[in-house]
Design a protein around this ligand. Structure first.
Ligand code: SF4
Ligand code: SF4
Ligand SMILES: [Zn+2]
Length: 296
């Protein structure tokens, strides 16, 4: 039976308050306008999320052969979970002395500000937020290797700002570290930071970013470093992929790889995390073609 209800054929109405409007959509009332904007934002976010999920599934399908190849290189005949994350293609090198000196001077300035002028009476640190303090406890476990594998493969796309900002270290970081460990002296803290620097760091990235990821213990890092994770890493961690001992193969590739469909069109970095071998960087592996696309 055809729909003959008056709303279907009558003048358009505001979807919130029902008042007649000249054209379909919200009326001029601020509350109705706000509600429409919120709904629009939510719909946009849902569409974006759907695209992200589809892209993540596509990426996992494309990179699955790399997980098989990585397991083969290790002589393992077991299925692995594949996790795809972003890539930075910067090499590693020994930092210049001037770069190390600049970082050391920054740390020294923060320590001086936190401890105050009288070494015998260091200024008590301000109380940090409880969550930030919890992150600095020695009992907080480090990342499980199968989560860290993604960052090792990526080589710190999110850490590049750490170069100019000196690892985002601030007076607040030092205060929070001291609040969690009040016995640490000025000299011991200086030593803890400077001895954590890797021999080789990713070019134009944070000086603490070495070949196996961040070398700064979590309890010494800035809050932003402890809090930030990219979407790919959040998805991997929340999936619990490697928690039961299943090997995880992390594949780092440019986020826009779907625009480059041919096999080998872009570089990849592949890192596996297995109980038997820990973290392994796999050389000589090439990005497969996008499924359904011809090679070349
Ligand atoms: S959190 Fe994401 S962007 Fe940052 S290093 Fe890890 S994988 Fe790369
Ligand atoms: S301290 Fe570690 S987590 Fe923070 S920017 Fe540097 S490398 Fe990245
Ligand atoms: Zn209205």
């Amino acid at each position: 039976m055809p729909d003959v209800s008056p709303t279907r054929h009558g003048p358009p109405a505001c979807p919130t308050c029902g008042r007649p409007v000249a054209r379909p959509g919200p009326c001029d009332a601020p509350a109705c306008q706000t509600r429409a904007r919120v709904a629009e934002g939510a719909a946009l976010a849902a569409r974006k999320r759907a695209v992200e999920i589809r892209r993540a599934e596509q990426a996992a399908t494309r990179c699955r052969p790399l997980a098989v190849a990585a397991m083969r290189q290790l002589g393992l005949d077991v299925p692995a979970k594949v996790a795809v994350g972003p890539l930075t293609d910067r090499p590693l090198r020994r930092p210049e002395d001037s770069e190390l000196q600049a970082l050391a001077a920054h740390v020294e300035g923060l320590l001086a500000a936190s401890f105050g002028p009288d070494p015998a009476q260091p200024r008590p640190p301000e109380t940090p937020e409880p969550e930030a303090a919890a992150l600095r406890s020695d009992t907080v476990p480090d990342d499980p290797p199968w989560v860290g594998a993604l960052c090792v493969a990526c080589r710190g796309l999110c850490c590049q700002g750490g170069r100019r900002s000196h690892a985002y270290l601030s007076r607040g970081t030092i205060d929070a570290v001291r609040h969690a460990a009040p016995d640490l002296t000025h000299a011991a803290l200086r030593d803890a930071y400077l001895s954590a620097l890797p021999q080789q760091a990713v070019v134009d990235s944070c000086l603490f970013h070495g070949v196996a990821g961040c070398t700064l213990p979590r309890r010494l890092r800035s809050d932003i470093c402890n809090a930030y994770e990219c979407d790919e890493r959040v998805r991997l961690r929340e999936s619990g992929a490697g928690a039961d001992g299943t090997p995880v193969v992390a594949v780092a590739v440019r986020r826009d790889h779907h625009a480059f469909t041919a096999a080998g069109a872009l570089p990849v970095r592949v890192v596996s995390a297995t109980a038997a071998h820990g973290l392994t960087l796999h050389e000589n592996l090439a990005l497969p073609a996008m499924p359904g696309e011809a090679d070349g």
